[in-house]
Design a protein around this ligand. Structure first.
Ligand SMILES: Nc1ncnc2c1ncn2[C@@H]1O[C@H](COP(=O)(O)OP(=O)(O)O)[C@@H](O)[C@H]1O
Ligand SMILES: [Mg+2]
Length: 469
């Protein structure tokens, strides 16, 4: 009965015509009785040339390498193996014996499936998995880089009180704005806040609003749906706001965020939800926002380049890191720390000559801690001998030496660096006014800013005009 059905069924014929898998049926002698249509393309043979031949002949011709039907006829057991077919495609072939009433093989049915695309996908998947492992290892390292409070030098009175405030607020989820000149340690502090807060096990997602072209910024932040714009890719992409879910979003140089995106960001902060570019589904993201700016955002609000409502939203807590030149105690510590760190890194044991040390203490450090760190690394590498002498220092830094008092020198620098002078001036003015408002005395200003009282007096007079008591 069964024999008839297999050999004579029109329905089976139809099935073999339509099915996408390659099916081959052979009898107990290995003679091919039937095969599916798709077999032709997979093995590069014609059905009419193949039916009636034996699988052994096919093996000899190199079409089956080897013939799985032949193996099953030999072993009597169901078998599965991987092969390459004549077209070079990867296939998985299985064959099962069909027994007659006497326990003898009457037919062997084999079927194969093209797994080339599947294998390619698997390979891609493994590659992606490897990449993810690399990234998470790197991430782990980055996360542990600034971890302990001791990693942040804060000897000066202004940094001490700032760090006390940081300890207090770290565990709250409030939005924090970190202000300060370039290189004072804003990014470092943002990471520290994340690590000491309740979201430390989640992502810390950082984006520098000043470094990304305006036209890419929106899709970076909000992500996009497939086909949102030319070149948007087939699958769409999550934006950084989405990735920061449960973690911290750090927007560096937030003053550079274009106005239209300021509006969108404000909406996200209000609603906790947004849409991808070209998307229609609302996406929820719960993140803590830390922003940083080396520009005076209040001034930006006044000039109309920064939205006032956004300013208040992001500025719930304001942390201002003073410039290094006003933190003499930190400078001393940082020089010591970087000397040790880079001596170890480059296996040196170099020391600063007294003149060089004085020079570093007197310099204004417009690039702040970053500039200091770079200079120390550079002089450790480039100097000869164990004592680092003046010839290792760049010209502009050498000029900060001499018999001048540090403060009188500072004023001179304003005149020989015309490009800087305006902003330096404004910054100094701002600090003097703020300190004077706080303390109401020039002695207080002197203490806070680490300058001498006569200098404080002169500057207060210059910027405010002192009222005699
Ligand atoms: N108080 C500090 N103690 C130790 N290292 C610091 C301190 N402040 C800054 N740094 C280091 O100086 C470099 C610049 O700091 P960064 O946070 O990138 O500055 P910013 O973001 O304000 O431009 C970093 O390598 C940082 O680790
Ligand atoms: Mg930074």
């Amino acid at each position: 009965m069964r024999k008839n059905w297999i050999e004579e069924s029109d329905e089976l014929e139809l099935i073999l015509e339509a099915i996408h898998d390659d099916i081959l049926i052979a009898d107990a002698d290995g003679v091919i009785l039937k095969m599916s249509k798709s077999f032709e393309t997979m093995y590069g043979v014609k059905r009419e040339d193949t039916v009636g031949k034996t699988v052994f002949e096919m093996e000899e011709q190199g079409i089956f390498k080897p013939s799985i039907t032949a193996i099953v006829l030999n072993t009597g057991e169901k078998t599965t193996m991987r092969q390459k077919n004549i077209l070079g495609r990867d296939i998985v072939v299985s064959a099962v014996p069909i027994m007659d009433g006497n326990g003898k093989i009457s037919k062997v049915i084999s079927f194969s499936r093209d797994v080339t695309d599947y294998l390619a996908m698997q390979e891609q998947y493994h590659q992606m998995e490897r990449k993810i492992q690399q990234y998470s290892a790197e991430l782990q390292e980055l996360r542990t880089k600034v971890g302990k409070k001791g990693d942040i030098v804060s000897e000066s009175p202004s940094m001490t009180s700032l760090m006390n405030l940081v300890e207090k607020i770290a565990s709250y989820d409030t939005n924090v704005l970190i202000a300060g000149e370039s290189g004072v340690g804003k990014s470092m502090l943002a990471k520290y806040l994340h690590q000491t807060g309740s979201r430390y096990e989640e992502a810390f997602v950082e984006i520098n609003c000043g470094a990304i072209p305006e036209n890419l910024m929106e899709s970076e932040l909000f992500g996009y749906e497939a086909g949102a714009f030319t070149g948007a890719g087939k699958s769409g992409k999550a934006g950084l706001i989405e990735i920061a879910d449960k973690g911290t979003l750090f927007l560096d140089e937030i003053s550079e965020l274009p106005l239209n995106l300021q509006v969108k960001l404000l909406k996200v902060l209000q609603d906790k939800c947004f849409m991808r570019v070209g998307g229609t589904k609302p996406i929820y993201s719960d993140f803590r926002l830390i922003s940083a700016s080396n520009r005076n955002l209040r001034q930006a609000v006044e000039r109309g380049t920064f939205r006032e409502d956004l300013f208040y939203r992001i500025n719930v807590i304001n942390l201002e890191i003073p410039p290094l030149r006003n933190r003499q105690e930190d400078l001393i510590q940082l020089i010591a720390r970087f000397m040790e760190q880079y001596n170890i890194r480059y296996q040196e044991n170099k020391k600063l000559s007294p003149q060089v040390y004085k020079c570093l203490l007197n310099y204004r450090w417009p690039g702040n801690v970053r500039e200091l760190e770079n200079i120390i690394e550079r002089i450790i590498i480039t100097s000869n001998g164990n004592e680092i002498t003046e010839d290792a220092l760049p010209e502009y830094l050498l000029k900060s030496m001499g018999d001048r008092e540090p403060e009188s020198f500072q004023e001179e620098l304003v005149s020989f660096e015309p490009a800087l002078s305006d902003s330096v001036h404004n910054l100094e003015k701002e600090q003097i006014i703020r300190a004077y408002q706080k303390h109401g005395t020039t002695a207080g200003v002197a203490r806070e800013l680490g300058i001498s009282q006569p200098t404080a007096y002169r500057k207060v007079k210059k910027y405010i005009g002192i009222k005699k008591k």
